[in-house]
Write a protein that binds this ligand. Structure first.
Ligand SMILES: [Cu+2]
Length: 288
């Protein structure tokens, strides 16, 4: 465990010195819209929200508010002292049933394809990242690189400041992924339900104990991305952020190699947690 933490600190210093990162996305003060999308799915989600849902919601809200204002002005006691006594109007009842149905069908023409796109990992994915939620941190395993894995804990305020990372979002070990590659994410939890959410990627997947959920992403832009646990999981729910560093493939390969050599001969804590007797690397590798 110690080894992992110190390896993380070293990485953190490297990250801080290489702070000239072209791109980073995270929540901002007074922000009210979606974070900038960096995957195709997130772009589709943003389009769906901004170009489809928002205009429909605005038109409906204006229409209902106008109708309400009209009724208040036209049919108040002074303007309309003798109210009409009728109760039903077949035409208007058909209209106010049919129009909402048509609106929902129109929305579904966009939402269903998007839902399937999010759900279906492309058959040819490039790597698998296994994510496990714990109270209150995340652990990661690189399924294609034996023994590579780590815990990611939130940085305390002073360490986050020193590392130039946003407090409450920065972690000691960033998850490194290659840009332009399809990453299959397997999500589970060891204790209670968590949710692994990365707004810029358009990914939010529940982490359920005893269940392996799947999500995927392909990051189009190198950078640092931040997310948070998005399922209330206990008292420190707000303190288990997710930090992802998307880098070119060559840099990713070098990072994997450095992780392997740093870990040579020691037990990988993330992999070991599923092993019955986590006494050696071999035992944990076998259990996986
Ligand atoms: Cu959680």
């Amino acid at each position: 465990m110690r080894r992992w933490q110190s390896a993380g600190l070293a990485g953190l210093i490297t990250a801080a010195s290489a702070a000239g990162f072209a791109w980073a996305d995270q929540p901002v003060d007074k922000g009210y819209s979606l974070q900038a999308p960096v995957t195709e799915v997130a772009k589709d989600i943003t389009f769906f929200h901004d170009a489809i849902l928002l205009p429909i919601i605005v038109v409906i809200s204006l229409f209902v508010a106008g109708l309400l204002a009209y009724c208040v002005i036209r049919f108040n006691k002074q303007a309309n002292p003798v109210p009409a006594k009728f109760t039903h109007n077949t035409t208007i009842e058909i209209v106010w049933t049919l129009i909402p149905v048509l609106i929902l069908v129109g929305i579904s023409a966009f939402s269903f394809p998007l839902l399937y796109k999010e759900d279906q990992t492309p058959a040819k994915y490039d790597m698998t990242l296994k994510v496990t939620g714990h109270q209150w941190y995340w652990s990661y395993e690189y399924a294609d690189a034996e023994g590579v894995g780590f815990d990611a804990n939130m940085l305390p305020q002073d360490e986050a400041k020193a590392a130039g990372k946003p407090y409450l979002l920065g972690t000691d070990n960033a998850v490194v992924v290659p840009v332009g590659k399809i990453v299959r994410v397997q999500v589970t939890a060891s204790d209670v339900i968590h949710s692994w959410a990365m707004p810029s990627f358009g990914v939010k997947m529940d982490a359920v104990p005893g269940r392996l959920n799947e999500a995927w992403f392909r990051v189009e832009k190198p950078g640092l991305y931040y997310g948070q646990c998005s399922e209330i999981c206990g008292v420190k729910h707000a303190y288990m952020p997710i930090e992802i560093k998307a880098v070119p493939q060559a840099e990713f390969d070098a990072w994997i190699a450095s992780q392997k050599s740093a870990d040579a001969g020691s037990t990988n804590p993330a992999a070991a947690q599923f092993a019955a007797t986590p006494t050696s690397t071999a035992a944990s590798a076998q259990a996986n």
